[in-house]
Design a protein around this ligand. Sequence first.
Ligand code: EPU
Length: 340
Amino acid sequence: MIRFEENFSLKAFNTFGVDAKARYFFEFTELEDLPVFLASFPDWEKVPLLVMGGGSNLLFTADFEGLVLHANIPGICQVKEDRNYVWVEVGAGEIWDRFVAWCVSQRFVGLENLSLIPGNVGSAPVQNIGAYGVEVCDLVDTVKGFDLKTFTDYEIPGAECRFGYRDSIFKHELKNRFIVTSVVFRLDKFAEYKLDYGDLKAEVERRGGENLNNIREAVIAIRESKLPDPERLGNAGSFFKNPVVANVVAEQLKSQFPAMPLYPAGEGKSKLAAGWLIDQCGWKGFRDGDAGVHEKQALVIVNHGKASGAELYALALKIQESVRKQFNVQLEPEVNILGS
Ligand code: EPU
């Protein structure tokens, strides 16, 4: 299937539900159609480009005056197996949580803590999605895609994707150059579960003990208790990253604010909880028109209906400024801002 549209509303293609338009929009379900389309549309190299997945991590602050490429390639296929592992190749267009549910139903271990994260499989390695003590980079074997510079398919081993906290090579050198078409995951048949984050273990026990189904259900319950469902309330999950600061800075803050949560973040560094910082500045549940801050998680900016991307972004800037004033900490957006 291919679809080409002009002046196309992206409202259904971003979880904030912002009604921004794309000058050009091209969606394809088979990779072969992409080079054919680009050859027929020579202007593509002259306009801004946006490679887009499920739109669960994007904020359009204005219309996008360029070409949006949306790889909606389906398919889940087991490609290899040994005594301990299975390798599964998944099309970029598969819905992430449906794939996680499939893994759990097959008894493949590894992704259950990442249940209910919105978005498509193709975005998972780009953003290096993570939750409840697991990051997807631990399970990515290979990322397959198409290089818009050389017009060839190529594969990048997980070890070369330069994965970091919500970061990868696809957000830097390969941004808008490499289109993820599928991801090969290496899943475990026997691995131990990771239940150390927060109250996950207690939630799993409450459901009768440790198994994949109970972990998935516990993660879903915890997420649903804190994070709004983008189908009902526009949002893009955490709007900011949790800031990573030098230990000396963290210790200074901790002595000033003893209740402040603090996590180790590698040698000499600590991670602060952006949600806590924002909450302390009094933003939780704030609303101005249709732009607001979620009442149960201050790190989540929400669209109550008709907020524009510019209004949501203006709120984000105010939040950023108040955290800087109160704690002298600079918050960096996790969400990709487009148009500013
Ligand atoms: N907190 C508050 N007030 C708030 C929000 C949080 O005091 O309004 C405190 C909590 O009590 C806790 C700490 O801040 O002590 C951390 O909060 P939480 O456990 O809810 O996790 P988070 O750090 O806010 C991160 C990820 C989430 C992920 C959860 C669980 C980032 C930016 N966010 O949130 O990821 O689901 O941990 O692993 O790393 C996302 O990336 O979109 C996302 C939702």
